[in-house]
Ligand binder design. Structure first.
Ligand SMILES: [Zn+2]
Ligand SMILES: [Zn+2]
Length: 52
C-alpha cells in the first residue's frame, strides 16, 4: 500500500502516515528512531500518536 509520489518524496510518519508539515514532535522536525523519522515520540516508541 505504498503510495510514493515520483516527483517529490514527501516525508511521512511510518507509523501513522501523517505528513511532515503536520508533525508536532520536536518542533515539527519529528522524532528519529531506528533510522526512520516519526511525527512524534509517541509514534516512535509505539505508545500512540500525540499530534492530534
Ligand atoms: Zn506518527
Ligand atoms: Zn504524532
Amino acid at each position: 500500500m505504498e503510495n510514493v509520489p515520483h516527483a517529490q518524496q514527501e516525508e511521512k510518519c511510518p507509523n501513522c502516515g501523517m505528513r511532515k508539515p503536520e508533525w508536532r514532535g520536536n518542533n515539527g522536525q519529528g522524532f528519529a528512531m531506528g533510522g526512520q523519522t516519526y511525527c512524534c515520540q509517541g509514534c516512535a516508541i509505539g505508545t500512540g500518536c500525540t499530534c492530534k
